[in-house]
Design a protein around this ligand. Structure first.
Ligand SMILES: [Fe+2]
Length: 190
């Protein structure tokens, strides 16, 4: 258990250290985190095992004010698919800890509200994807496994409790936005 807690501590420290700038070097943060995740893949998989089989949950690993940052671990049930959603204009980074995730990125026209798909990333263990703090970015994520819970690490440039989800009306093709609130299941390590 000591090594598991220490691994979480190292990941938290990387996030807090890089997260001091207004425009953090997210590529370097992802690279440093990926290295730790690769080295400690089994430790993380064992330590985070209690988070599996519980449904979609967000667990808080660290938070700080000024400069604002939050670090979370998320659990994704098999096949789980999020709506297309934004991140309230915060910068963000996500790294796969256990399992694999597909991330579809969208850009949102601030005038018309239309969303356009920009690309797709597949994140295996230790892979990361990130976005700058802009209002026009949105994405949706899917657990690629039909059988296993996926676990990911998320770093945001602030507290992401309120954001918007986007849906396209089938008949008119018009995009609508729905205000969302996200809950935290608890703090890690428990
Ligand atoms: Fe997201």
């Amino acid at each position: 258990m000591g090594r598991y807690k220490n691994t979480l501590k190292i990941l938290r420290e990387i996030a807090l250290e890089y997260g001091t700038a207004n425009q953090p070097d997210l590529a370097s943060m992802a690279r440093d985190m990926g290295r730790v995740v690769h080295q400690e893949s089994q430790v993380l998989s064992n330590g985070l095992a209690p988070l599996r089989g519980r449904g979609f949950e967000r667990w808080l690993l660290a938070e700080r004010k000024d400069p604002d940052i939050s670090v979370l671990v998320m659990a994704w049930p098999p096949n789980y698919l999020t709506p297309i959603h934004d991140h309230a204009g915060l910068w963000g980074l996500e790294v796969a800890l256990v399992g694999a995730l597909e991330v579809q990125s969208y850009s949102r026209d601030p005038v018309s509200g239309e969303l356009k798909m920009e690309g797709r990333d597949w994140l295996g263990q230790g892979d990361g994807t990130w976005f700058e703090g802009v209002d026009t970015h949105a994405h949706r994520c899917r657990n690629l496994s039909k059988h296993d819970t996926a676990l990911t690490l998320h770093v945001y440039g602030g507290d992401l409790t309120q954001y918007f989800a986007y849906e396209q009306e089938e008949i008119t093709g018009r995009w609508t936005s729905l205000a969302q609130r996200s809950a935290v299941a608890g703090r890690l390590p428990a």
